[in-house]
Design a protein. Structure first.
Length: 318
């Protein structure tokens, strides 16, 4: 039977909806289901992170010293007075520059050591890989105070084995400014590289072996494979470990405080975290210490946001 031509024409004039039907599920981005799963974590973060940051910023706008803590004097509103005093202090700028340079050296060294050992893990057999993993995780699990004390004993001018091996006699590593920073850098890298190594190693194992074999068959060296093949594929992972390293190394406290006895001779090895501790608790200037903490928080947020923005411009999904 031939269908009625008029019916066919009328049906052809009916507009066809190309979008989703009403019965199709909504995309997860427009629904509130993910926020329900994130709600417990957001509540915990709000109590443990947002409220302390709010209090930190609030104290930085008041005159808050030991006199106000004990109730001997009333708390007075200073506005940006604490920040003006902080930015006009030449020692603050010296400590800020030292912190940025020290943190940058720690980040670069940690990433270099962690990525190199991650590649090494893919080249050795199971037993050496297990031994290296256990040794790295042992360094990672060591408390910062314990690790700093052990490194001080290793480099002790009288009883340390490092000076004897290198033939340096009674050379004191913590006396000079650069040598003290270098000693702390070694300890920071030692306790930080396992995170980078394990994370990057997991990312390398997720890369298809055919890609690496094809690059090797094309005559690419190990450095060329890492730079041209692995690095673009591991960029999201490298972004995470870089941001984590920047945050951790920028706010180093324990290693500096323990290994340089509170900041070195005449404060030559001060970093911002130790400087804030001295202002807040040693000098009882809690408002000034809070202002330093706010400045550190804003700097770390700015670095993180700029880095993520640059990656998004390059087309990376994070």
């Amino acid at each position: 039977m031939v269908p009625n031509s008029s019916v066919v024409v009328e049906r052809s004039r009916v507009p066809v909806r190309r979008g989703r039907s009403r019965s199709s599920p909504r995309p997860w981005r427009s629904s509130g289901v993910p926020w329900l799963y994130l709600a417990p974590a957001l509540v915990v973060l709000g109590g443990l992170l947002v409220y302390p940051i709010y209090q930190l910023g609030l104290i930085s706008f008041f005159q808050y010293t030991q006199a106000q803590v004990s109730g001997g004097e009333p708390t007075t509103f200073e506005g940006f007075g604490n920040y003006s005093a902080l930015f006009s202090d030449s020692q603050f700028w010296q400590v800020l520059v030292a912190t940025v340079l020290f943190a940058g050296a720690c980040v670069v060294s940690t990433l270099a050591v962690g990525c190199a050992l991650a590649v090494l893990l893919t080249r050795v057999r199971a037993m050496p890989r297990l031994v290296l993993m256990l040794a790295a995780l042992g360094a990672w699990a060591t408390p910062a105070v314990t690790g700093s004390t052990v490194w001080l004993l290793l480099f002790d001018p009288d009883f340390g084995p490092v000076n004897r091996i290198l033939g340096l006699g009674d050379h004191s590593w913590t006396y000079g400014r650069l040598s003290a920073f270098f000693l702390v850098l070694l300890e920071v890298v030692w306790c930080s590289f396992p995170f980078v190594m394990v994370t990057v190693y997991a990312g390398i194992r997720a890369v298809p072996s055919e890609v690496l074999e094809a690059a090797a068959l094309d005559g690419a060296s190990q450095w060329r494979i890492w730079r041209s093949v692995l690095t673009p594929m591991l960029r999201p992972i490298l972004t995470v470990v870089t941001i984590q390293s920047v945050i951790w190394d920028f706010k180093v406290f324990t290693q500096i405080y323990v290994m340089t006895n509170g900041g070195g001779i005449a404060g030559q090895n001060l970093v911002l975290n130790v400087y804030a501790y001295q202002q807040a608790f040693a000098s009882s200037k809690y408002s000034l210490g809070s202002a330093i903490g706010v400045v550190m928080l804003l700097m770390l947020l700015a670095v993180t946001l700029v880095y993520l923005r640059l990656l998004r411009r390059q087309g990376e999904e994070l």
